[in-house]
Each structure stands twice: as structure tokens, then as C-alpha cells.
Write a protein that binds this ligand. Structure first.
Ligand code: C2E
Ligand code: MG
Ligand code: MG
Ligand code: MG
Length: 287
């Protein structure tokens, strides 16, 4: 029985490995034509201030493939990073979201932040700055309205290369946000090394803080430290009124999560914002 069990375990393991290799190759193959086939599109998730006004939106990429269905960005972004397709993909992400959000801002006559996730391989690519300025030219030099989100996990090995690039972005007037803060490799030292305007407290804290004292203490400390360093603090993955109240009590200033809205396509975003603008207490649908 033991031998059989072991053999089965081995079989299952190698099947899994084979499946994941097949999946990788399939994703990579389909990704090559995804842009040309218009399978890639952007959605935008609202970010709400503590007073209920709109802070901005985060641009999130989506891929709907005929054969594979919806493929999560967590799956295809790392593959695109590995094979270099991320550069073309990121340029599409930046120009498309800049065009969409510029149009929304003009239509509704409001200004708000556009937050874009930056991939490290793209950041290091040739002519990154020139290309990016080209890709966001609709913003006509109003770079302060664009926030680039970076994750520490991705550049911890390469801080000496990232720093000058981030400094250039900062000098141009762009905002820089540290995504997924509090996970993995986060260290406090990074907060004084890098030109950071905003910290995004990771969803894992927001999930655990209701029940776990330690998570609560850590989120409170992150908020305090960030504010003492004049940074904005945004909590991500806020799903309940209870989480929102606790975060507000801890002085957190900006919130993003399903409690307010899921990521929305271009038209749904316009509808969401129009509803918020016309209501007495903007963007608090349940609160
Ligand atoms: P992220 O930048 O930390 O994005 C937040 C993720 O949490 C998004 O997943 C969002 O849909 C999800 N989320 C937001 N609020 C809630 C909530 O209340 N509950 C739950 N359960 N989830 C929530 P998504 O869109 O699947 O993206 C996953 C990751 O993929 C992103 O994490 C980011 O690292 C990467 N990614 C997404 N879009 C882009 C992009 O355009 N460019 C790059 N380079 N990376 C991207
Ligand atoms: Mg992000
Ligand atoms: Mg995040
Ligand atoms: Mg994430």
C-alpha cells in the first residue's frame, strides 16, 4: 500500500509539473498575438479618500483569450516579464489607460490620480523615459496626476539601478507608490532610500486586522511611520465596513477594494463616477 501510495504521489507530482509546463507554454504562445487580436483591455478600480471623495483609480490589465478564457494578470505578467513581451504590453497599458482616463476626466470635468503598475523589466528597458512620456502625452505634462506603483519584491536585488530611474520620474513630477507593502521583503530602510509618495498597505493586513492583534499593531505602525515621513497611506483590498472603520480609526487616508467597487471597464467607471458626483455623500454606497 505504501509503495502504491508513493508511486501515486510521484505520478500526481509529475502530472502537475507537466500540466504547469504545458500551461506556461500555452499562455506564452497565446500571449504573442493577444495585443494584435485586441484580447487585452484595461479596467480601473476607484480609490476613495476618508472623506468619501475620489482620490484616483488603479489601472489593472485584463486578458480574455478565446482558448484559455480569462487569464489572471498574476499568471501572465510574470511570463511576459520572463520573455520580454512585458515591454510592448506595458506600453499598451500606459498609453491605453492614459487615453481612457484623460477622456473620463475631460468628460466629467474632474481631476484625479491615475495609478499604473510598473514592471521592473519595463522600467529597465531601453528608452523607458522617452517612451513613457510619449505614451502619456495626452496628459500634456500634468505628470503629477500619474502615480507609478512599484513592488519592493521585484527590485530588492537591484536597488542601485532602480534608484536613479525613480529619481528621474520623481523630478519629472510623477508620484511613486510602494505596492503590497508589508509582504515578503519589505523593510523600513527602503522608505528613506526611495523617493516614495505613497504606501499601499497590502490586503493581507486588511484581511487579518479584524481578528489578529499583531496585524492591527503593524498596520497602525505602518500608517504612523508613513505619515511621519509625509507619505500618503492607502489600504488595498478593503471589503467590509468593519475593515474601513478600523483603518479610518488608525488614520489611514485612502481606500481601495470591493467595498467601494470592483475594477470597472471604461463605461462602468464613467457611470460609477457620475453617480458619486451627483450624490450627497460621494462614493460611500453602504457606509
Ligand atoms: P496589485 O497591483 O496589488 O493589484 C491589486 C489586486 O487586488 C487586483 O487584482 C485587484 O483586482 C485585487 N483587488 C482589489 N480590491 C480587492 C478586494 O477588495 N478583494 C479582493 N479579493 N481583491 C481585490 P488583479 O487585477 O488580478 O491584479 C493582480 C496583480 O497583477 C496586481 O496586484 C499587479 O501586481 C499585477 N497587475 C495587474 N495589472 C497590471 C498591469 O497593468 N501592469 C503590471 N505590471 N502589473 C499588473
Ligand atoms: Mg498595484
Ligand atoms: Mg497591491
Ligand atoms: Mg498584488
Amino acid at each position: 500500500y505504501e509503495a502504491k501510495k508513493q508511486k501515486n504521489t510521484f505520478c500526481i507530482y509529475s502530472e502537475d509539473l507537466k500540466n504547469s509546463q504545458t500551461e506556461y507554454l500555452e499562455i506564452e504562445h497565446e500571449l504573442h498575438n493577444a495585443l494584435a487580436k485586441n484580447e487585452i483591455y484595461m479596467v480601473y478600480q476607484p480609490q476613495i479618500n476618508a472623506d468619501g471623495t475620489l482620490h484616483g483609480v488603479e489601472a489593472l490589465v485584463r486578458w480574455n483569450n478565446k482558448k484559455l478564457g480569462m487569464v489572471h494578470p498574476d499568471k501572465f505578467i510574470p511570463i511576459a516579464e520572463e520573455n520580454g513581451m512585458i515591454v510592448e504590453l506595458s506600453r499598451f497599458i500606459i498609453s491605453k489607460s492614459a487615453e481612457d482616463i484623460y477622456e473620463v476626466q475631460r468628460l466629467l470635468d474632474i481631476d484625479f490620480q491615475l495609478s499604473i503598475n510598473l514592471s521592473v523589466r519595463h522600467l529597465f528597458s531601453e528608452n523607458f523615459l522617452e517612451n513613457t512620456l510619449k505614451d502619456i502625452k495626452v496628459f500634456d505634462g500634468e505628470y503629477g496626476l500619474i502615480t507609478f506603483e512599484i513592488t519592493e519584491r521585484l527590485f530588492i536585488k537591484d536597488i542601485n539601478h532602480v534608484l536613479p530611474l525613480l529619481n528621474i520620474l520623481k523630478e519629472k513630477g510623477f508620484q511613486i507608490s510602494l505596492d503590497d507593502f508589508g509582504t515578503g521583503y519589505s523593510s523600513l530602510g527602503i522608505l528613506r532610500t526611495l523617493p516614495i509618495n505613497e504606501i499601499k498597505i497590502d490586503k493581507s493586513f486588511v484581511d487579518e486586522m479584524i481578528h489578529e492583534h499583531d496585524a492591527r499593531v503593524l498596520s497602525k505602525s505602518i500608517i504612523k511611520i508613513g505619515q511621519d515621513l509625509s507619505m500618503k497611506i492607502l489600504a488595498e483590498g478593503v471589503e467590509t465596513a468593519e475593515q474601513l472603520e478600523l483603518l479610518k480609526f488608525q488614520n489611514c487616508e485612502i481606500f481601495q477594494g470591493y467595498y467601494f467597487s470592483k475594477p470597472l471597464d471604461h463605461m462602468s467607471l464613467i457611470a460609477f463616477l457620475q453617480k458619486g458626483i451627483s450624490s450627497a455623500i460621494p462614493f460611500y454606497r453602504f457606509g
